[in-house]
Design a protein around this ligand. Structure first.
Ligand SMILES: [Mg+2]
Length: 351
């Protein structure tokens, strides 16, 4: 046996132990999972205050009836806007989020970032000063009292003449967060354009209201743009795309604000599914919260028209019946048939 072989045999136990040591060191040690420990601690904390033995599990005894199927005429939405702190918080969240995005939006001078694909064509932002486009009603101005007045007077749908009477009263109030954001942006050198679908004959009370509420209105209301007039449109077009394009020819549009899809893209007076597709086509999914900022409006808007004009089960827009059509869109998205009520009229609780 050679000296090398004898050395190998004698050293074998040492080599094996060394190999075992190295392998052991390589095996990842099972560290206590810090996240799991924290989650477990949360569960322990919650369990420390257990429900009493007689904790009531309510039986679902609601009896659906045609009378209570839906609150009619937008009551809940209007009341939410007027009374709920959740409404104020949402509006504040939108404008504070926008403030956090403003510098990034202003730093890129290469293109009109906020424009939809429809209006971006040919628009370059290079060398142009920055602008922000905002809608007015329910975007920066609060008309809750008008909505409430309509409900109290049993107005079933929006009435433009009635709204113009309200406009003449100049009682709409600023959303404070909107005023704060737009004032700061204007001080930063951004030109604010107020693009509204109110009619031109409302100019005086609208401009006066905006000034009274502290918005950065230029002399004579030059940056307040009313309903546009195209060929054959006696009453003015509600499509805002051409007006956005006019701004984009002179300015780099950094942000858009609205409470209606039409404040961002044109062609929104279509079915709910077509509206979803339109946002995708216009790349809205990448714009929300970055360049496009949507304010909440559960009281009225083109979303209501889309639901009212089309039925969920029949896309024929000729069958217009506002309340009935809207009810077809109330969809619980459950495949299973509803639970049968028990003999006493209650339902089995799922808790
Ligand atoms: Mg609006």
């Amino acid at each position: 046996m050679s000296a090398l072989a004898i050395f190998g045999v004698r050293m074998r136990p040492v080599l094996l132990v060394s190999l075992l040591f190295v392998l052991t060191a390589c095996v990842p040690r099972t560290k206590p999972d810090a996240l799991a420990l924290r989650i477990s601690a949360v569960r322990d904390c919650v369990a420390a205050a257990p429900a009493p033995a007689n904790y009531p599990i309510p039986a679902c005894s609601y009896q659906p009836s045609a009378e209570t199927f839906l609150p009619k005429n937008g009551t809940m939405g209007a009341v939410w806007l007027q009374q709920a702190i959740e409404s104020d918080a949402t509006i504040q969240s939108v404008y504070q989020g926008a403030a956090a995005q403003l510098e990034a939006a202003l730093k890129d001078p290469s293109q009109a970032l906020a424009l939809s694909e429809q209006t971006k064509v040919g628009a370059t932002g290079k060398g142009k000063p920055a602008a922000i486009i905002v809608d007015i009603d329910e975007t920066i101005l609060d008309n809750d009292a008008f909505n409430a007045r309509g409900l109290r007077n049993r107005l079933t749908t929006f009435n433009e003449a009635y709204f113009e009477c309200w406009g003449d009263e100049k009682k709409a109030k600023a959303y404070p967060a909107a005023r704060e954001f737009l004032t700061a942006a204007a001080k930063r050198g951004v030109t604010v354009f107020f693009v509204t679908n109110r009619r031109e004959d409302q100019r005086a009370p609208v401009v006066q209201t905006l000034i009274a509420e502290g918005f950065p209105v230029l002399d004579g209301g030059a940056n307040v743009i009313f309903r546009g007039f195209g060929a054959g449109e006696k009453d003015g077009s509600k499509e805002k795309g051409p007006r956005r394009m006019c701004v984009a020819q002179q300015f780099r549009v950094a942000m858009l604000f609205g409470d209606n899809l039409g404040d961002f893209v044109d062609g929104v007076d279509v079915s709910p599914q077509q509206r979803v597709d339109l946002v995708k086509t216009e790349q809205g999914d990448t714009q929300w919260g970055r360049r496009w900022f949507m304010l909440p409006n559960p009281a009225y808007g083109s979303w209501v028209s889309a639901l009212a004009k089309f039925r969920n089960d029949d896309q024929d827009p000729t069958k217009f019946d506002r309340e009935r059509n809207i009810e077809t869109w109330v969809d619980d998205q459950l495949d299973a048939p509803p639970a049968e009520p028990k003999t006493d009229g209650s339902f089995e609780s799922k808790h």
